[in-house]
Structure formats: C-alpha cells, structure tokens
Design a protein around this ligand. Structure first.
Ligand code: GDP
Ligand code: MG
Length: 482
C-alpha cells in the first residue's frame, strides 16, 4: 500500500512506496509537484514532474502499487488514492524532495505546502493511508540507526554532549532542535557582525546550508560536485547580530584555469573569515580533499567549527567517521546538522554568533545576497542544465544574460548557455527541443519565485570552445579574479 504521513509543523506530506525497513534512502532529488484534490478540496493524490534522469526501472517500487501510474512522454508520476478524476490539480510552490535508495529506486517523496493551503483541513480522504510519524521518523525519513544503540541521536550514535565540546550549559541538550531564536528582551549586549566562511569539499552540502539558513535560494545545489563558481555572500540578520555567510566553491585539485581560480577563491576567503565552518559529510569518511582543506583551515586563527552534515542519512560508521574528522582538527566545537531537513541550524547560528566580533551591521537590513538578480537568474538556469544533463555536459557550461527587459506582461530575459562542444549543444537542446524546454520551464519557475514576478525566458545554446582556459573569456563571463 502507498502510505502517507503528515507533519503539521512542517506542513509536509510524506508519500512512501515502501515499508521504511525495505529501503534505506541514499540519494535525494528534487522536482516540481502538485497535489490532486477532489471537489471538496480534499487531497486524493499527488503528481511528480520527473525528468529523464529518473529511468523507468527507478520507478519499479512505486509502480507496483495500482494507485501509481507513470506517463513516460511527460515524465509525470501520478499517485491517485481514490477511484475518481481529480477536480483540481494544485501545483506546489516548493519543489518536492525525492528519496532514492542506493540502487536509484524511488522510495517516496516529501511535499511541502504553503500555510494558506491549510493542509491539515484537507486530509480526510487520506485517512486510510495515513501512518503516524513516530519519534524516529520525525528526525528524518529513515529509521534512526541509533535506536538500537539507545542514544536517540539521528542515527549517528553520537551523544549530544560529545557533539558540543565547549560552552555547554546544563540543559541545552535540546538546543540542537531548529527553533526560531527569540529576540532577547534586554539587548544590552553589543551588536555583533562578521564574515563566516563555509568551507568543505564539493558536495558536502554547503550551498544547501546557505539556502536553508537564509530561507531562500541564493546558491545553486546539485548532486554533481563543483557547481558553485563564485563565492556568494548571504546575509542573516538576527536580534543583536548580523552574520554574513560566504559559500565558497569547493576546494579541489585544479585541472584548468577555471579550476585553479575556484581553489584560489576558497583559499582567499579563509583569512577574511571571522568564523570558519569546516563542513563535512558524516555519511562518508574523510578523503584526501577533506584532509587538504582541513590543513588549510587549521592555519587560520579564527574560531573553527566542525559541521557534520547529512546526519539524516543512515550512517552505520558514523562514530568512526566522527573520530576521523575530529582528528583533522583541533575544532572549537562540533555540531551535527541536516542542512536538507533544517535540523540543528539554530544551534549552529547561535554558536557562530557567540564567536563573532563586536561591530555594526555590514549590509543594510533586507538585503539577503550580494548577487545581483541577473547573476542569480543565470545561476538558476545553470542549475537546471546541470540537473538535466549527464556527466558529458556540466563543467563546460556557462550562462550569460543577453537581455533583461521589463515588458508589459512579464520580465523578458534572454540568456545564452555556452557549451564547449557542438555535440553538447545537441544534448542540451534535445530531440525536438524537449530538453531545452524542460530546462527553461523549470528555471523560469525558480526565477519567478526568486524575483516574485512573471518571467518570459528565452534560452539559446551556443558552443564556445575552450572558454575555460581562455582568461579573456573568463573575464567576459564575469569570473573576475579579484
Ligand atoms: P556543495 O557542493 O557543498 O555546495 O553541496 P550542495 O549543497 O550542492 O549539496 C550536494 C548534494 O548533497 C545535494 O544533492 C544535496 O541535496 C545533498 N545534501 C545537502 N545537505 C544534505 C543533508 O543534510 N542531507 C542529505 N541527505 N543530503 C544533503
Ligand atoms: Mg555549492
């Protein structure tokens, strides 16, 4: 049976195609989604807009249920739990999170609704399919491994007091839970502000963390490493403090000019940082790159926090990984988070603010990023290109805004996607333009959300060979070596 759980606090529905024990979630994806409603506005199903990256075999677990159908032409997966035609298809503003097992099979999905949708009032017809979220599921969609070890610590088996090695006051064990910080009634403390570098090898979740902390998309996220090209600043205002986060491109072995530029930028953000977050993926042991970056971080005099991300993943060797990451320090503090599920973030912010120097705000309140709208829009297009293409395309892609004009009905944006080879152009455009259309419609959706207005997106693809090694074309595309 397809089962559904409801998290009222997160206004989220979890749809599962498997018993939880059956498959451990290993990978995640995102897609646009909609809820299917009956004539009374009650939820009776959902629809996922997948793409060619999800093969039919990956849907085997979902499709063994009679209520699940797949339309290959449109890549639409429909779950309909009632024997009737839905009266309304309600698209969701938030992208759905897809859960895959290690073999790439879709296990389920997570759909977040807007507050005004009043999800809680619309679940009557789902009642026969509902399973309750117990303690463990509450902390992530997988069964927590630590349950058998009795530590109750999100599958890592790390006790809370081990994670907070310093400054720990009695009774703060629950502080790892994400909560909105209450403004203190007596802000006699001086204002604090400063730069915080989020540093780590590609793919550990730095951009995801930045987006989660700022509550909006300022950096693009991808399963493929090395997606963030230039450092992005994100500004977080809190009562009594302003934190300016810098999301550095992953530090990696330089292979070409653009590569060495990215390493350089990460290296340079370290000396400017007032606090350094060394971010790692606790589900994997440290690799050569983690060691190299840790060595760079160790040389800084700024306070250094070890941020263990992806604690939502089942991690049988969590304690050994923790020990290994610990040995790359010394660290001023260790914190466990799930950037993806928003867990542990308030504790992280609190610990960062505690270590910031005194100083006035560095950016006007209300400004979230120093990226311009145009840069952001181009990044959102690049994100979709990376998401929809296989290994042969990604790193040769750059996106340039050619035209940006407010027209009567919509903002008209024309962009060119530059690729390195003619063959890549063919892949990006796809049969009958299908691929480019998909990239364009997803990107447009995200740009509209980011800018809060209708957008007409006109995308072109052009080959521009070897731009990555040509300094003049690097400058031309906005990668300034400053
Ligand atoms: P970056 O290269 O360090 O900026 O990493 P990204 O933020 O682009 O994330 C890389 C991948 O890891 C993406 O597929 C994210 O969805 C995933 N990811 C990030 N944070 C978490 C997390 O807390 N838990 C899990 N399970 N996945 C995460
Ligand atoms: Mg990134």
């Amino acid at each position: 049976m397809v089962t559904v759980s409801f998290d009222p606090d997160a206004r989220t529905l979890y749809w599962y195609f498997v018993e939880l024990e059956e498959g451990a979630s290993a990978e995640e994806g995102e897609c646009a989604a909609a809820l299917l409603l009956d004539g009374d506005g009650q939820v009776i199903g959902c629809e996922l807009e997948l793409d060619e990256s999800v093969a039919r075999e990956d849907l085997a677990l979902a499709l063994r249920h009679p209520q699940v159908r797949y339309q290959a032409e449109t890549f639409t997966l429909t779950v309909l739990l009632a024997d009737e035609t839905p009266a309304t298809v309600q698209p969701l503003a938030e992208t759905a999170i897809l859960d895959f097992d290690a073999a790439g099979s879709l296990l389920g999905c997570e759909l977040v609704t807007a507050p005004e949708f009043e999800l809680a009032e619309r679940l009557r017809r789902l009642a026969p399919f509902m399973v309750s979220l117990d303690e463990e599921e509450d902390q992530g969609p997988e069964p927590a491994l630590s349950a058998s070890e009795g530590t109750g610590d999100r599958g890592l088996g790390i006790a809370d007091d081990e994670l907070r090695t310093e400054d720990r006051e009695p009774g703060t064990a629950e502080a790892v839970r994400p909560e909105i910080l209450q403004p203190s009634a007596f802000t006699l403390q001086p204002f604090k502000s400063g730069f915080v570098a989020i540093i780590g090898r590609p793919n550990v979740g730095k951009s995801t963390l930045l987006n989660a902390l700022l509550g909006q998309k300022v950096a693009i996220v991808s399963r493929k490493p090395q997606t963030t090209r230039t450092a992005i600043r994100g500004v977080l205002n809190r009562p009594g403090a302003q934190v300016v986060f810098v999301d550095t491109p992953g530090i990696h072995q330089p292979r070409n000019r653009l590569g060495s530029f990215m390493v350089e930028q990460a290296r340079r953000s370290i000396p400017d940082a007032d606090v350094i977050c060394f971010m790692v993926d606790i589900s994997e042991p440290p690799g050569r790159l983690d060691r190299r970056i840790a060595a760079m971080v160790r040389r800084s005099r700024a306070p250094k926090l070890l941020v263990l991300n992806k604690v939502d993943r089942p991690t049988p060797h969590g304690p050994e990984h923790l020990q290994a990451y610990r040995e790359l320090g010394p660290w001023d503090m260790e914190l466990a988070i799930s950037a993806l599920h928003g867990e542990g973030l308030e504790a992280l912010v609190e610990e960062i603010v505690r270590r910031l120097p005194e100083g006035p705000p560095l950016y006007p309140e209300g400004q979230v990023t120093d990226q311009s709208e145009r840069e952001l829009a181009a990044e959102l297009v690049r994100e979709q290109v990376l998401r929809h293409t296989e290994e042969e395309v990604p790193h040769g892609v750059a996106v340039e805004v050619e035209e940006w004009e407010q027209r009567e009905r919509a903002l008209y944006i024309r962009m060119t996607i530059y690729v390195e080879k003619e063959s890549q152009k063919g892949i990006l455009i796809g049969a009958g333009g299908a691929m480019l259309k998909k990239i364009g419609s997803n990107a447009r959706h995200n740009i509209e959300r980011a800018l809060g207005q209708p957008v007409f997106l006109d995308l072109w693809v052009k080959p521009r060979p070897n731009w990555r090694d040509d300094p003049s074309s690097l400058r031309w595309l906005g990668y300034r070596e400053t």
